[in-house]
Design a protein around this ligand. Structure first.
Ligand code: GTP
Ligand code: MG
Length: 431
């Protein structure tokens, strides 16, 4: 599959790198790229002359698609398509991203999300067709009207079915998160723009033991898996145990962010980010080998995505420092001070400073509380004591004739739960 890639900007010079990477990630061989700086043309988006030029390029290179980074209206898409060779199609940024997701969706959840996004994309188009056909009184078109109306109903039913199934998956995941918290784990999530190096860093932080239920389905968990230098390598979510000081930490890696996505697409993938929104700490990974402008833009995209729902503290991680020299790094840190205060600087690839990151994680996680419980000596008590051992760090434990004293340190939620359990214990029979 070959593609010609194009982008128009109102002013300045168009940067075609990202859309080219996206086209490659979707499986296209990019045979030509073309940018244009001008205001939007109502009929074509680009200037008509530029569209002719693009059409000639597509014909000349025998490309299968013209990939356009701009938002095109239905008429603009139609008009541009009309100029292309009959077997070539116009693909916009969203269709391209949806394509990539569709090709890589491996879990039931990912497949449902892609389907949902496709249906949401189709719905307004089916609605428009149905109402057009209804308005058309000519008898020959009535059949079409009925067809489109039933298609519209169909889409709506499918959307609500898929949403229901996704909700039930999300609920199961929520229960799993709660269970992990109750078992004393702190949940740390990796977030960041696609290709920032999240999965590479995850593999650095992870210990051998993997805890993901979808292990066999997830390519990143394959021990031979390599990070690829392409966009959206990771689509699903993986969780692994990390080695971080005294804390039991689970690190979750998930899909990367990207700028300029329409609402229906973001919404369809929303629950993929639940592990980020509901984490105890978020590591926001940034590729520090890029220019300050790119880093700034990507940081803004990430913050926009996070701040809507995220409640956990965020630590910015400047990654790929093996590719940046000290002076350059100092300049970048200074320039991005407001967006990325007090970052940790690492290389996931070489492992440089990953220990600092571990320390920082431990420091930023919500503080553990110390607690001392005096419990009556009963059988129930013994099972509470072993629960405390499973969920907290027991510092001291002493057995007297009629009571037990346990001193421990744990997450605030665990301390509260231990207290509640202690309150429910039946007092020991007086001897
Ligand atoms: N030089 C250098 N390259 C790195 C480093 N970390 C990751 N990379 C490379 O960057 C590319 C992307 O890495 P990934 O870990 O897949 O990035 P990601 O954030 O998980 O990307 P998505 O899953 O696509 O969102 C790969 O080619 C990695 O080898 C680093 O510290 N230094
Ligand atoms: Mg990844």
């Amino acid at each position: 599959m070959k593609a010609v890639v194009a982008k128009r900007v109102d002013s300045g010079s168009p940067d075609l790198n990202e859309i080219t990477d996206l086209a490659r990630a979707a499986g296209y061989e990019v045979v030509a790229t073309l940018g244009q700086t001008r205001t939007e043309d109502a009929a074509y988006g680009f200037g008509e002359g530029k569209v002719d030029e693009l059409a000639a390029l597509v014909a000349e290179t025998d490309a299968d698609a013209l990939v356009v980074d701009n938002r095109l209206g239905p008429y603009q898409t139609f008009n541009i398509g009309g100029k292309l060779p009959a077997d070539a199609e116009v693909v916009d940024r969203f269709t391209l991203i949806l394509d990539i997701f569709g090709q890589r969706a491996q879990t039931r959840k990912a497949q449902l999300q892609v389907e949902l996004a496709e249906l949401r994309y189709e719905l307004p188009r089916a609605e428009a067709k149905a109402s057009l056909a209804k308005r058309d009184e000519r008898p020959g078109f009535m059949g079409l009207g009925e067809y489109d109306e039933s298609r519209e109903r169909d889409i709506k039913t499918q959307i609500s079915d898929i949403k229901r199934e996704l909700d039930s998956i999300a609920e199961k995941e929520e229960t799993r998160r709660e269970k992990r918290r109750e078992s004393g784990f702190d949940l740390v999530a990796l977030a960041g723009y696609t290709n920032a190096g999240k999965s590479t860093l995850m593999r650095r932080l992870a210990t051998e033991l993997d805890v993901d239920e979808n292990a066999d389905l997830h390519p990143d968990l394959d021990p031979t898996a390599e990070s690829e230098d392409r966009l959206f390598t990771t689509l699903g979510t993986t969780t692994r145990r990390a080695d971080v000081g005294t804390r039991d930490v689970l690190v979750t890696d998930t899909v990367g962010f990207i700028s300029d996505l329409p609402h229906w697409l973001v919404e369809s993938f929303q629950s993929t980010l639940d592990s980020v929104y509901y984490a105890d700490l978020v590591l926001l990974v940034v590729d520090a080998s890029e220019s300050v402008e790119e880093m700034r833009e990507k940081l803004v995209t990430c913050h926009d995505t996070l701040y809507e729902r995220n409640e956990a503290p965020i630590v910015t991680v400047l990654n790929k420092v093996d590719r940046v020299d000290d002076d350059e790094l100092a300049d970048k840190r200074e320039a991005l001070q407001a967006l990325a205060p007090n970052p940790v600087v690492v290389s996931g690839l070489t492992g440089e400073n990953v220990d600092d990151l571990r320390e920082r994680i431990e420091r930023e996680l919500p503080d553990w509380r110390e607690e001392r419980l005096v419990l009556p000596m009963t059988d129930e008590t013994m099972s509470l004591v072993s629960w405390v051992h499973d969920h907290a760090h027991v510092e001291n434990e002493s057995y007297e004739t009629d009571h037990v004293v346990v001193e421990f340190e744990a997450r605030p939620a665990i301390v509260d739960e231990a207290r509640a359990k202690a309150g429910e214990l039946t007092p020991a029979e007086p001897r």
